[in-house]
Write a protein that binds this ligand. Structure first.
Ligand code: BGP
Length: 485
């Protein structure tokens, strides 16, 4: 097994899950700032009245905003070649539709990316990772409005111009295919129904009213926005590598019943292929469109002009998050999985994390080969992968997270095999390389990091950082370019 020379080893976070400082230096509110914490049994709740004494995990998060130098030095100590984070749109345009960008926000990212470069770390930047400015959610219905396309393009080109010599790798939208499912309505495309906006009581995010027609139109607008940014980005710097980013989940039929096979195929088409085809191939998948129409979606919003734009604005690389696989069956009464908003049926061959996410390293190889066959030649990067687990701090401060090492080792092994089997994989950034707030539950004790952060679900903790056992292990993995696992 051989990882190519120059393979981009690293880690990933997102601004809203790590920075904190949610109103500092002119930052405006973003979609993520309106979510209270939850836990494994209680979903996060949407509560757009910022009330004192309620705990909104994104507001302080792990205070990366003030700790970034220390954190980047730790990443460098592990030997990171790349660090994936997002720019919080609401630091740059606090309301999304402001006339001028906020210089303090621009300066923060400039300093942070400069710090990365100082350590020889290449930034990999997500332009929108659940951070749509709140004003756009509230007054524009998120990406359902065509105006939001222009606002996003203006924001994206502003930062691309500013960082054109600091950042080479860009991702237009995090997990864009989340919007193919109801849970992607709020976090993904920033769509909230009027009655939910007026709530005076917190609403579980899973209970927010779904508006499928508007949600798919908003997703289409994100495709258009992404295509424009790819085109404009290449004018700003022809060396930019601009990618799409999807949640990838292998779906397996639970039984050989042909009905299970067909149901699985349909899920694959809508969940895994629909968005990738538009962003990589530049056109809609005709089978996917028909499937949408069967769900009652009127797809006449796709114009000839739009089709030409999508064709022109295809991405340079395909990136995805990978955590688990799921099964599908038409039979009633099968045991379902818990999990990151995404329901599925339990696979008797797999174990799951404490949060019910089914651990499936071979699924990653399956997926990599699937993507590489569907989009031949496009460079691929796994930009999220990891195990959310509870860590115990020993009396001497050490943290023995062998379970995390086991998880990552088995996934890296499968990536190596996938490379040997022909997959053009160019990089790997583990999720939450430093502990961050969980996106789905708002918890702090669902930890992914190599670096522990002393911060807890009730908002206590002094933000101190410490190295887990996995820190030393990953350092060795990078130093040996994936040989010494
Ligand atoms: C992905 C998101 C990330 C991240 C990850 C882990 O869906 O892109 O933001 O949080 O999942 O999920 P969680 O934090 O819910 O454990």
């Amino acid at each position: 097994m051989s990882f190519p020379k120059g393979f981009l080893w690293g880690g990933a976070v997102a601004a809203n899950q790590c920075e904190g400082a949610y109103l500092e230096d002119g930052k405006g509110l973003s979609a993520a700032d309106m979510l209270l914490g939850g836990d494994v049994h209680t979903p996060r709740t949407f509560f757009p009245s910022i009330i004192e004494n309620k705990f909104y995990p994104s507001h302080q998060a792990i205070d990366f905003y003030h700790h970034y130098k220390e954190d980047i030095a730790l990443f460098a100590e592990m030997g990171f070649k790349t660090f994936r984070t997002s720019i919080n749109w609401s630091r740059i345009f606090p309301n999304g539709d402001d006339q001028e960008p906020n210089e303090a926000g621009l300066k923060f990212y400039e300093d942070m990316f400069t710090e990365c470069k100082k350590h020889g770390i290449e930034p990999l930047v997500t332009l929108c990772h659940y951070e749509i400015p709140w004003n756009i959610v509230k007054n524009y219905e998120g990406f359902y409005s065509k105006k939001t396309i222009d606002l996003y393009v203006r924001y994206a080109t502003t930062v691309m111009k500013r960082y054109k010599d600091l950042v080479k790798y860009w991702l237009t939208f995090n997990e864009i295919n989340g919007a193919s499912q109801p849970f992607g309505g709020y976090m993904g495309v920033g769509l909230v129904a009027k009655e939910d906006l007026e709530t005076t009581e917190p609403i579980p995010t899973s209970k927010l009213k779904d508006q499928p027609q508007k949600r798919y139109e908003a997703l289409h607008n994100q495709f258009l926005a992404s295509a424009k940014v790819v085109i404009e980005g290449h004018k700003i710097n022809p060396d930019f590598k601009i990618g799409c980013m999807l949640i990838n989940i292998p779906w397996y039929p639970l039984t050989p019943n042909p009905k299970d096979e067909l149901a699985t195929q349909e899920m694959d088409t809508i969940f895994n292929d629909f968005c990738g085809d538009v962003q990589v191939l530049g056109h809609y998948n005709p089978i996917g469109l028909k499937a949408l129409e069967r769900q009652g979606i009127d797809t006449s919003y796709i114009t000839e002009e739009d089709k030409a734009l999508l064709k022109e604005g295809t991405v340079d690389m395909y990136t995805f998050s990978y955590y688990m696989s799921n099964c599908i069956t038409v039979e009633e009464g099968s045991e379902t999985t818990e999990g990151n908003f995404i329901g599925g049926v339990k696979n008797p061959y797999l174990k799951a994390s404490d949060w019910g996410w089914q651990i499936d390293p071979q699924g990653l190889r399956y997926n990599l080969k699937r993507v590489a066959s569907r989009y031949p030649g496009i460079p691929i990067m796994v930009v999220e992968n990891g195990l959310g687990a509870v860590d115990k701090v020993e009396e001497d401060g050490s943290i023995h997270d062998n379970y995390r090492i086991d998880y990552l080792r088995s996934h890296i092994e499968e990536m190596g095999k996938a490379i040997d089997e022909g997959v053009p994989l160019i990089g790997y950034t583990t999720w939450g390389c430093i502990d961050v707030v969980s996106a789905s539950t708002g918890e702090f004790h669902k930890r992914y990091g190599f670096i522990y952060v002393n911060r807890h679900d009730d908002g206590t903790g002094d933000f101190a950082r410490s190295r887990k056992d996995s820190f030393y292990w990953y350092k060795k993995v990078i130093a040996s370019n994936g040989e010494d696992l």
